[in-house]
Design a binder for this molecule. Structure first.
Ligand code: SF4
Ligand code: ZN
Length: 277
């Protein structure tokens, strides 16, 4: 199925966004977020780009330049948030300190920090939803990684709308901007084909810091062993199973006592991490 049609259908089926809403797209500068931004603009949504300068050397510089040009060319407002101004350090330093002090490696630290910054800035920008570029491969990898870690429940909130449905439907009114994933059912290979066919002038390399992580290993063997239909079965099967699991989640979303952002515990993951640096 055509990727633009699939995105439209996912938005409609899961009620991800409305034309009257302000849609903030989290931009990494890669093929997924660039493609979803382009498609949503084409479908007539009020899209705004939001990018974090992580200070990953030349890689970040090129992404910033590319996204500035892309957004100017497509008449899309862009906000670039400087991580050093937000937390006093670039991501490499934070990752190095936490690897030493807490043994935290891979993308966990970066993921927590990015989520916190995106939520804060999307709210400042008046966003109704934050769009991320996660695709079917990312989601199937998440399910498998959680199995391999022996903690399937970690994926409980998985779905095109994080949490299973938009927060209004869940009655939650926190400092939390709803996250949605219009590419949820689109295989990575299709996104890549789309971006290349459109001739997007972007970097197609992976983040230099992602090397040697658990996700990279999972992605590698999944690519060897599975087709797109298998990935879809993994994701559909998990979402079915998750329905029964939700009732068991005792923790209610609340505000972090230190920063006021949304949290499942008294102190949010971001404050726990940044407090160590
Ligand atoms: Fe951060 Fe990992 Fe993504 Fe690189 S791949 S930007 S380190 S989360
Ligand atoms: Zn906090």
């Amino acid at each position: 199925m055509d990727i633009e049609v699939r995105v439209r259908e996912t938005i409609e089926k899961y009620g991800l966004m409305k034309k009257s809403e302000r849609i903030v797209v989290a931009l990494s500068g890669g093929k997924d977020s660039t493609s979803v931004l382009y498609i949503l603009k084409k479908l007539g949504y009020d899209v705004h780009g939001l990018m974090i300068d992580l200070y990953l050397g030349e890689w970040s510089e090129i992404h910033k330049k590319n996204m500035t040009k892309f957004c100017e060319g497509n008449d899309i407002p862009l906000m670039v948030v400087d991580l050093k101004k937000e937390i006093g350090q670039g991501i490499c330093f934070v990752k190095a300190v936490l690897a030493k002090k807490k043994g935290l490696t891979g993308c966990t630290v970066c993921g927590v920090i990015k989520k916190w910054v995106l939520n804060k800035w999307a709210r400042k920008m008046g966003a109704d939803v934050i769009v991320t570029g996660h695709n079917l491969d990312d989601e199937a990898q998440n399910v498998l990684m959680n199995y391999l870690k022996g903690n399937v429940a970690l994926g409980k909130g998985m779905g095109p709308a994080t949490g299973g449905e938009r927060r209004e439907a869940r009655g939650e009114k926190l400092n939390f901007v709803q996250r949605v994933k219009p590419l949820f059912f689109v295989p990575e290979a299709e996104v890549l084909r789309y971006a290349k066919n459109k001739g997007f002038d972007i970097l197609y390399d992976r983040c230099p810091c992602a090397l040697g992580t658990y996700r990279v290993d999972t992605r590698g063997w999944m690519r060897e062993a599975m087709g797109d239909e298998d990935k879809r079965k993994i994701v559909d099967g998990f979402m079915e199973a998750v329905k029964g699991m939700k009732a068991g989640d005792e923790r209610v979303a609340r505000e972090c006592v230190e920063c006021g952002e949304v949290s499942r515990d008294e102190v949010c993951s971001f404050c726990k991490i940044v407090g160590c640096v």
